[in-house]
Design a protein around this ligand. Structure first.
Ligand SMILES: Nc1ncnc2c1ncn2[C@@H]1O[C@H](COP(=O)(O)OP(=O)(O)O)[C@@H](O)[C@H]1O
Ligand SMILES: [Mg+2]
Length: 239
């Protein structure tokens, strides 16, 4: 394949990890989910985080989101060490979790609007309908998540993440439940966010997703490295 990954002029570094390590203990077994991870992400970068199942993608995104504490290492936000990303607002850092994390008792519209209501995405009310529309959810926005498909729920989670125009967007396999058409729409939506100055990390192993990105980081057994040669990665064709 001809690969169209484009070099970008990197903007200022937004988030940086220094030697992040995270292990899980399962009985006598110790699982090294992240090993000495050093990754810096600049504004304007759309980074694919590519690795096989179990390689540590979700753990890394969850540590960056402040949902999990690393055992060791530092997290820097705008080059300042921060104790945890938990202190960041939704307008600074937002996540599309692999498990989606929608509130089951709220409609799709209310889920997308939640960061506005909670005050973590001030001034974003107008973005709710815009994102609901562009992600094809307008006709079903009044339904509860349980009354919609997994693909629709996932697009609602993408809309909820973007409603506050976050500086950093963490998207964990955001096209996993999408068909080819909606995968493209989701990726275009992420690309638009990056074009307006956000940084985005997308965990994925779909070829099409990777081709939208301007940088690829490979992860294997919890170790992250930048990848120049895509043929070294195992990528699935989209659906
Ligand atoms: N809460 C947990 N307890 C124990 N092991 C876990 C936990 N979460 C993840 N792991 C293990 O850590 C490794 C990395 O998992 P994960 O980050 O989910 O990988 P990926 O997202 O790339 O599939 C896997 O071996 C997984 O089984
Ligand atoms: Mg995962």
């Amino acid at each position: 394949m001809t690969h169209t990954m484009q070099a970008v002029n990197r903007g200022p570094v937004l988030v940086r990890t220094r030697s992040i390590t995270k292990s899980y203990r399962r009985g006598p077994e110790e699982i090294h989910a992240l090993v000495d991870v050093g990754l810096s992400v600049a504004r304007g970068e759309l980074i694919a985080l590519v690795g096989p199942s179990g390689s540590g993608k979700t753990t890394l995104l969850n540590v960056l989101a402040g949902w999990e504490e690393p055992d060791a290492g530092e997290l820097l936000w705008e080059e300042q060490v921060i104790p945890s990303a938990r202190t960041l607002r939704w307008s600074e850092m937002a996540i599309v979790p692999q498990s989606l994390g929608l509130m089951e008792d709220l409609t799709l519209w209310e889920n997308v609007e939640l960061p506005v209501r909670l005050g973590t995405a001030p001034g974003a009310a107008a973005r709710v309908d815009e994102l609901i529309g562009s992600l094809g959810l307008a006709a079903i926005a009044a339904r509860l998540p349980g009354e919609t498909s997994l693909g629709e729920q996932q697009r609602a989670a993408v809309a909820r993440a973007l409603v506050g125009s976050p500086k950093l967007l963490l998207a964990d396999e955001p096209t996993a439940h999408q068909d080819a058409l909606w995968s493209r729409r989701v990726l275009e939506t992420l690309t638009e966010a990056v074009a307006s100055g956000a940084a985005c990390i997308v965990a994925s192993h779909h070829r099409e997703t990777v081709e939208y990105c301007n940088r690829v980081a490979g992860i294997r057994d919890g170790q992250v490295r930048d990848v120049d040669e895509l043929s070294s990665l195992v990528l699935k064709e989209e659906h």
